[in-house]
Design a protein around this ligand. Sequence first.
Ligand code: FMN
Length: 306
Amino acid sequence: MIPTSFVNLPRVTFCQRIPQQVVTASSRRWSCSRRPTTTVQEPRCSSARHFTQSTCRRWELGQGIVEDTVEKRQWKQDEKQGWKSLAVADMPVKDAYPLLTSAIIPRPIAFVSTISSSGIRNLAPMSYFSMISHNPPLVTVSLSLSPRRPKDTRENIKATKEFTVNIISEPFVEAANSCSVEAPDYVDEWVVSGLTPIPSVQVKPPRVKESAVNLECELYDLKDIAPPGTDIPTTTLAIGLIKQIHVRNAVLSSDQKTVDPYRLRPVARLGGNSYSRIDSTFELGRPSWKALKERIDEMMGTVGKK
Ligand SMILES: Cc1cc2nc3c(=O)[nH]c(=O)nc-3n(C[C@H](O)[C@H](O)[C@H](O)COP(=O)(O)O)c2cc1C
């Protein structure tokens, strides 16, 4: 409900409308948030599709969900179906994994290149991956450990303290996926995938020529993580300090300073064996405290107090 005290305040709209709008027949079809989840479409590689409309044309402070579309009304209505609420301590890991990895999405995928201390190359995709800082520039990859076999990526990073992270784009997603084969440590996934190693500048592990963005990393920190109450690690978190960035000119935006997502065509991991691609993007400006202070103070009842 909107508090009556600021119903009559001047309108400040957060949502920016982007003048140019290219909507293809297929992007219109895909734009519906309530499309069936089980639809399997013909295999295809995506072409660049821009759908630059913000989700809401006229959102104002304090409004929560503006019910201006069927989808949004339905979204609100759906809450009445209730919740499934689970205490993680009572859940088997085999149930937590599919639930969490299908809910915390989309996850970018690091294609991690390492070399063992004896010089064997390794390449593997990792979707427990994130950028955690730009100053200093840090990325994390998280290695799930199995009692059955060591994770080569972990052993190599631990031993050599270097790796490269390569962004996976749609044109070589099958080759990247082939590197997730649970193979013994003598297997060189570069050979299995047919991808091309090219020398890095500051670290020994090569970078992937087919990838449009390569990050050369030095190990910043490594942390073994054990479930509460045990001391047997099930995960190793590796934090990498980015030392060198390589970007193909062909994926740069016209400003030459940023990467164009439609040119990069990254894939992201969803639950199970599902992936997503970027078919549409939208712009949403960040709120400015300076512009909104007066209105927010009215909402808080803190006018003149702070
Ligand atoms: C898309 C994708 C994402 C993956 N993400 C991870 C991950 O974040 N952490 C992990 O330990 N394994 C992950 N895996 C599984 C590893 O790639 C797989 O265990 C691989 O064999 C590890 O290789 P290595 O032992 O040579 O390091 C992922 C697999 C795929 C296909």
